[in-house]
Design a binder for this molecule. Structure first.
Ligand code: URA
Length: 184
């Protein structure tokens, strides 16, 4: 584990720990406030993120930004990262070996940010961080506490693009986060 952001960022620049490194344009490390109280974890970069090197800047990210604005969350006040830092081809889910190879970077980010709340965006983040046995449909909107950090699984923003009905849940979950932030 690295004790500074600089060391961690330098350690990832030439990463070739998995096959996703072969086709990437950019590593999507993470963005936002480096000591945020709230951290969001997605799945992995899509085409826009791979081109720009920033998480959640494509269609799903724009929708997430709109939801943030609706409840009063500022993107620059939170930290946003993904389970894998390089784009899986054709936007498939990251494979187990890819996630395993990449997760130490995310763990190190969590150690450096020291968030009080971690929001797990979708099934890939949920399963890789809280356990393979958990299903997003059953876990969404429920709090899990582990080693002093509160975790809230919710829908991945891309799921809201496919199913309008999930938008209300997503907004409700963002409001839960703000309530929890006041409480802890
Ligand atoms: N989907 C994700 O899971 N992460 C991103 O950064 C963009 C889309």
């Amino acid at each position: 584990m690295f004790e500074t952001w600089e060391e961690l960022e330098n350690s990832i620049i030439n990463c070739q720990k998995c096959k996703l490194s072969l086709n990437r344009n950019n590593i999507v490390f993470g963005t936002g406030k480096k000591d945020a109280k709230i951290m969001f974890i997605g799945e992995g970069p899509g085409a826009d993120e791979d081109m720009q090197g920033e998480p959640f800047v494509g269609k799903a990210g724009k929708l997430m930004d709109m939801a943030f604005t609706a409840v009063g969350i500022k993107r620059e006040e939170v930290y946003i990262a993904n389970v894998v830092k390089c784009r899986p081809p054709a936007n498939r889910n990251p494979e187990k070996d890819e996630a395993v190879a990449c997760l130490n970077y995310l763990r190190n980010q969590v150690i450096l940010v020291k968030p009080q709340i971690i929001v797990l965006l979708g099934s890939v983040a949920l399963k890789n961080i809280l356990g393979e046995e958990l299903a997003i449909t059953a876990s969404r909107g429920k709090w899990f506490e582990k080693k002093g950090i509160w975790y809230l699984p919710t829908w991945h923003p891309a799921a809201l693009l496919r199913d309008e009905n999930k938008k209300a849940d997503f907004i409700k979950d963002l409001q839960l986060i703000l309530e929890k932030e006041k409480e802890i």
